[in-house]
Design a protein around this ligand. Structure first.
Ligand code: GLN
Length: 280
């Protein structure tokens, strides 16, 4: 599409809205122009430079090709905090906020709880928990060095101290034990057609699926549940996010691993999304 070289932000918003969702169009205009929603409404005649306009059309094209908005603006909100997001990490989902709430409830009686976030990605769980409970001692593990780089930036952005470790689930933790293990691991079945939809092809497959063809998607969940006994302090909790149809199977895994108080909790869509238990 041939575009004029000069345009104001209001007109750019209108034109961008012809090919992508109107809200996405607005957020992309704000991103390239460095302006706010209010600017767009009260000063729509503000000009965009040729450079800004060129960047905008590239982003609009990427969005219309299905790339998630969070990767285009390198940002996503989680628990009212703003996080750097790049294609090296899974985009934080609102349902994962349930895990934060459940974690905070269980940490209440502890003065300086020891927490580990397994498969931290961009760091939302580790950073948010440390932000909310500043006396906590928080570690976070990820297999991807690129993801850990993003997570470190997010910890710095929110001025919290998290001990980031590279490696496979419990491997880099040695004999360390924790009051709470949280995880949002890859759990989408490798054959699930959702992996081809809604922008998921743009996200790192290693953050979405265990990659085992013909499997049930639970290989990582199983590794985390089975390894927990070696890394929980007495009365420690494991809280783990899983797929919409996996709650009963995850509870079975927890019971088999010796957990008590095993339960699942629904997200805002009333889908059982997090399961957990306590090890005495
Ligand atoms: N909830 C994500 C989705 O369905 C998957 C996140 C994950 O695998 N941990 O797209």
């Amino acid at each position: 599409m041939l575009q004029p070289l000069v345009m104001c932000i209001g007109e750019a918003w209108r034109v961008a809205s012809l090919s992508i969702d109107r809200l996405d169009a607005r957020l992309l205009v704000q991103h390239v122009a460095g302006c706010t929603h209010v600017d767009l409404l009260v000063r729509p005649e503000r000009a965009l430079s040729t450079d800004q306009l060129a960047r905008l059309w590239v982003l609009v094209k990427r969005r219309s090709d299905g790339e998630p908005l969070a990767y285009l603006v390198n940002s996503a909100a989680f628990y009212a905090l703003e996080f750097l997001v790049t294609p090296a990490v899974l985009i934080p989902r609102p349902e994962t906020e349930l895990l934060v709430e459940l974690a905070i409830e269980r940490l209440q009686p502890l003065k300086a709880p020891r927490i580990v976030d397994l498969g931290t990605g961009c760091g939302v769980l580790a950073v948010t928990l440390k932000y909310l409970r500043s006396a906590a001692i928080v570690s976070a593990v990820d297999l991807s060095p690129a993801a850990l780089e993003v997570a470190r930036i997010n910890a710095a952005r929110h001025a919290v101290e998290v001990n980031f470790l590279a490696g496979d689930w419990y491997a880099p933790l040695g004999g360390a034990r924790f009051d709470l293990i949280v995880a949002n691991p890859p759990y989408v079945e490798y054959a699930d057609p959702h992996l081809q939809q809604n922008g998921l092809p743009f996200e790192p497959l290693m953050a979405l699926s265990d990659g085992i063809s013909g499997g049930d998607g639970l290989a990582c969940v199983r590794a985390i549940v089975v390894g927990a006994a070696g890394h929980l302090l007495p009365d420690g909790w494991l809280l783990i996010e899983h797929g919409y149809n996996q709650a009963a199977r995850v509870r079975d895994l927890l019971w088999s691993a010796g957990f008590s108080k095993v339960a699942s909790w629904p997200d805002l869509s009333k889908v059982e999304r997090v399961s957990g238990g306590c090890l005495y």
